[in-house]
Design a binder for this molecule. Structure first.
Ligand SMILES: [Zn+2]
Length: 120
């Protein structure tokens, strides 16, 4: 009689295994989508940097009445200096051969026009 009243404290092995299996399942679902979201946000941040560089190039051409500009002149118009690509890409700025419009390029992510084509 006294033996039945006594309750065991703690969890059984099966209960702990079920909890571990649920945590593993959630991690298996969550980690890939988290990594994908991280990569996507890096691309979006890079595209925003390219927009700022192109905007800086246009401002340099207009304000200084120039016909040509450089990357270093364009980034002078960006608060905080030269932006950095989150994936370690290097930025370049070149005039389009047909339109003459300045297009910024990231050697990792491409140009704004190619956004999406380099995302996997
Ligand atoms: Zn980039």
């Amino acid at each position: 009689m006294k033996k039945e009243m006594k309750k065991k404290a703690g969890f059984t092995l099966v209960e702990i295994m079920i909890v571990v299996a649920i945590i593993g399942l959630l991690a298996a679902i969550g980690i890939p989508s988290f990594q994908k979201a991280r990569a996507n946000s890096r691309v979006k941040a890079c595209m925003n940097n390219l927009r700022m560089i192109e905007s800086g190039a246009e401002q340099d051409l207009m304000l200084n009445n120039k016909s040509a500009t450089t990357l270093s002149a364009a980034v002078d118009f960006i608060k905080g200096g030269t932006p950095e690509c989150g994936a370690g890409g290097t930025y370049s700025l070149a005039a389009d051969a047909t339109t003459g419009e300045y297009i910024a390029n990231c050697d990792t992510h491409g140009t704004i026009a190619s956004e999406g084509s380099t995302v996997n």
